[in-house]
Design a protein around this ligand. Structure first.
Ligand SMILES: Cc1ncc(COP(=O)(O)O)c(C=O)c1O
Length: 374
């Protein structure tokens, strides 16, 4: 049985070797350039380490949502191209431009602000985002002509450099995604007719990159797949050739033998059916263990699988381990790589009525991340 380092109550182990391997695998599979998506602190894994690992695995560009995330990566020493695509109303692009950060552009005003942030003879690199069905941000088809014409003009005078046209898919169905892809190709043709011929086009995230080869376009934006998790309900990480990068675990903090009929945790939603042993696991909803999975979430202690007993609290939950020999300090694994006999993040997502993206991304700031490379 594995123990946590002395004095450690809880931790998330992040295997950067898995991230690099996942990128290698997806590059081979898609035969495309990979933009590694490390927004939201690398889906909880740590943005800078995830970016560095993805670049080591062959990613050529980093993608984030917010400019602040891109700036933090630059400051952490990530010098690859970084694109940020969701901006505050009235955002000032000066710092991003000075740091060579590429900007996703969703309307004319953003394009003009990006151009205004260019200094000297250094144009601001932009990715023009087209709205193709998702109803989020992106240039509306009615505005394509005016925005593309302005982008072409700004490119001619050296204020912007149009690196890419891009969009994002709904994954609602294969037909919906193919319709969005057709809408995207119409946008690409409209841009070409106004003089824009950017080197990149990207629309596929992990789901489409794997399942819809026509959407790869030589460049894919990979988020969840980097971290070794499956975006599909009916296929596991292993089915996709991916290795989960995060293991969330804690050290059993207390063990007590109790009689039948003992209430457990707030509200006594769980009562022991017979004399039994209760183990206290020091992770709660403040650490990202979803309260919605109370009474359902799986946990492995000493190589045996149990279920959370009663309600998950802010800092802890209880497990009824029956007559198993569990001791204070034993390792309790919440999730990790299921091929190693531990629960998956997806099982927790199912238990909580959510998706594996939310399970890893919500691992709280109180949980120390320990980087390993296996
Ligand atoms: C615009 C955009 N591209 C790519 C991604 C990565 O998606 P996935 O994690 O499904 O690969 C996201 C994530 O939500 C996104 O918002």
């Amino acid at each position: 049985m594995s123990h946590l380092p002395a004095g450690v109550l809880r931790e998330a182990i992040v295997d950067v070797g898995a991230i690099a391997d996942n990128v290698r695998h997806l590059r081979r599979l898609t035969e495309s350039e990979v933009i590694a998506v490390v927004k939201a602190d690398g889906y909880g894994h740590g943005a800078a380490r995830s970016a560095a690992a993805a670049l080591a695995g062959g990613a050529t560009r980093i993608g984030v949502s917010d400019i602040s995330e891109a700036i933090a990566l630059r400051r952490a020493g990530i010098d690859a191209p970084i694109v940020a695509w969701l901006h505050a109303p009235g955002a000032d692009f000066a710092e991003a431009a000075a740091l060579g950060i590429e900007l996703g552009i969703s309307h004319l005003d953003q394009l003009q602000k990006a151009a205004a942030a260019a200094s000297g003879d250094r144009p601001v690199a932009v990715h023009l985002k087209l709205e193709t069905g998702l109803s989020r941000n992106g240039i509306a088809p009615d505005d394509y002509r005016i925005v593309f014409a302005e982008a072409a003009r700004l490119e001619r005078i050296g204020r912007v450099r149009v690196v890419a046209l891009f969009s994002h898919l709904s994954n609602a169905s294969r037909e919906d995604d193919l319709a969005a892809l057709r809408a995207f190709e119409e946008g690409v043709a409209a841009a070409a007719s106004l003089g824009l011929a950017p080197p990149l086009r990207h629309i596929a995230a992990t789901h489409a990159a794997i399942d819809l080869p026509e959407s790869r376009l030589g460049c894919v934006r990979i988020g969840i797949g980097l971290y070794g998790l499956s975006p599909f309900a009916d296929r596991s990480s292993a089915d996709l050739g991916l290795r989960p990068a995060m293991t969330l675990r804690g050290a059993v903090a207390a063990v007590r033998r109790v009689p039948a009929g003992k209430g457990v945790s707030y509200g006594y939603d769980y009562r022991t059916g017979r004399e039994t042993t209760l183990a206290l696991v020091p992770l709660g909803y403040a650490d990202g263990v979803p309260r919605q999975a109370s009474g359902r979430g799986p946990v492995v202690i000493g190589g045996r699988r149990f279920t959370v007993a009663g309600r998950i609290a802010m800092d802890q939950f209880v497990v009824d381990v029956g007559d198993a020999a569990v001791a204070v300090g034993d390792e309790a694994v919440i999730f990790g790589d299921p091929t190693l006999g531990v629960p998956s993040a997806t099982e927790w997502a199912d238990a909580a009525g959510t998706i594996n993206y939310e399970i890893v991304t919500r691992v709280g700031p109180r949980v120390p991340r320990r980087q390993v490379s296996e």
